[in-house]
Design a protein around this ligand. Structure first.
Ligand code: ZN
Length: 379
């Protein structure tokens, strides 16, 4: 762990020095400043300024007006990543790369049709850069503050800008590339845009819970110097393979559930997958089940959780059925034999739903709240 206090060093960097070695490798990142600066790291989402915003940056520079301060993170010996200022830097780089033109005195110009003095001014314009260095936790804390004003990074993107190294590069190869292996493996079950680091974040959240860690930064801090992210990738594959084994038939409502969490809680239990398959089908056809995506956790926990029925949002009795039962019982609770007002009673299944009873008028009785609360069969 790096225990050095955080420092923020101001530095003026000429545009011509930033443009040195500028290369856009697409998904593999955008680099400049003689290869020492990642304007956008590999497999990180691309922010996109429209032409008007990009042109505004060029006009600001050509007039010699100040741009807002930019932040670079020091990630190694003379190696940096842009934390804030990505779009402003890219606008200038793209202009110098002949990618768009700006209007000057009513005339459209690419960089090479600028008057010489303007071109010189542009190349010698200085970015005001703050270079940040320090322990990971300090940087992360501070980046959150910086991020309020700048191009918004998600929490996971912020963590990625702090816990850099071999581990992160490998993790991003698995989880953050467009069409990455994690996306292909889990797309039917887990929602998340790899490029916005959402899959990586979900896998990390899952493995932290699995290992009893308090948050993602704890895991990333412990593993940032690992040679690869095999442990995380293995865990994620285990989760998906477990889902496919326990619930062999796919239903569209499986997508978006917190499968990592379900795996963490239930994977040590034994389940019979053909029983599970039949139950999933039966519950989808049950008219009293109102929440289909609760079926899976219900089946995983029903043997041990007396309240598992809540996961299915089971249909409750209509008021008219309860009023009819109340009047038929003359307001008497069949369990304690006392008389109650209608408002003091609750509708109850005579034959419980879990024993095959349905939410139909003939299966409705009214119990006083005390007796209903004491029932051992909760649904
Ligand atoms: Zn009672």
């Amino acid at each position: 762990m790096n225990t050095k206090r955080m420092t923020i060093t101001p530095k003026l960097v000429k545009i011509k020095d930033v443009f040195e070695g500028y290369v856009d490798k697409g998904d593999d990142g955008v680099f400049a400043y003689g290869g020492k600066l990642a304007i956008r790291p590999p497999y990180q989402r691309e922010f996109v300024y429209n032409d008007e915003q990009s042109a505004a940056v060029i006009h600001t520079v050509l007039r010699g007006f100040p741009l807002n301060v930019m932040y670079w993170v020091k990630v190694g010996e003379d190696q940096y990543e842009v934390l804030d200022g990505q779009q402003r830097t890219l606008s200038v780089m793209k202009f110098l790369d002949h990618k768009f033109e700006v209007k000057i005195d009513g005339r459209s110009c690419y960089w090479d049709s600028l008057p010489d003095d303007k071109y010189e001014d542009l190349m010698n314009y200085e970015f005001m850069v703050y270079i940040c260095e320090g322990s990971e936790s300090e940087k992360l804390e501070w980046f959150r503050v910086v991020n309020i004003a700048g191009e918004k990074l998600t929490e996971q993107e912020l963590r990625n800008s702090v816990y850099t190294g071999e581990w992160l590069s490998d993790a991003k190869r698995h989880f953050s590339k467009r069409n990455c292996a994690a996306k292909g493996l889990s797309d039917r079950y887990i929602k998340g845009d790899p490029n916005r680091q959402e899959l990586l974040e979900k896998a990390l959240k899952g493995i932290c819970e699995y290992q009893g860690l308090k948050d993602i930064t704890e895991y990333m801090a412990a593993h940032k110097s690992d040679a690869d992210a095999d442990e995380l990738w293995q865990y994620f594959q285990d989760v998906i393979h477990w889902v496919e084994k326990i619930f062999p038939k796919y239903y569209a409502d499986m997508k978006g559930l917190d499968w990592c969490h379900l795996y963490n809680v239930y994977h040590t239990n034994a389940y019979n997958s053909s029983v599970m398959a039949a139950e999933v089908k039966r519950l989808h056809e049950d008219e009293d089940v109102q929440k289909y995506n609760g079926i899976y956790e219900f089946l995983l926990c029903r043997d041990k959780d007396p309240f598992a029925g809540r996961l299915l949002n089971l249909r409750a009795f209509e008021k008219r059925d309860k009023l009819a039962a109340y009047s038929k019982q003359n307001g008497i609770c069949p369990i304690c034999g006392q008389h109650f007002e209608y408002e003091e009673m609750e509708g109850d299944h005579i034959k419980p739903w879990s024993k095959g009873g349905h939410t139909t008028p003939d299966n409705c009785q009214m119990l006083c709240k005390d007796c209903n609360a004491k029932k051992t069969n909760k649904y």
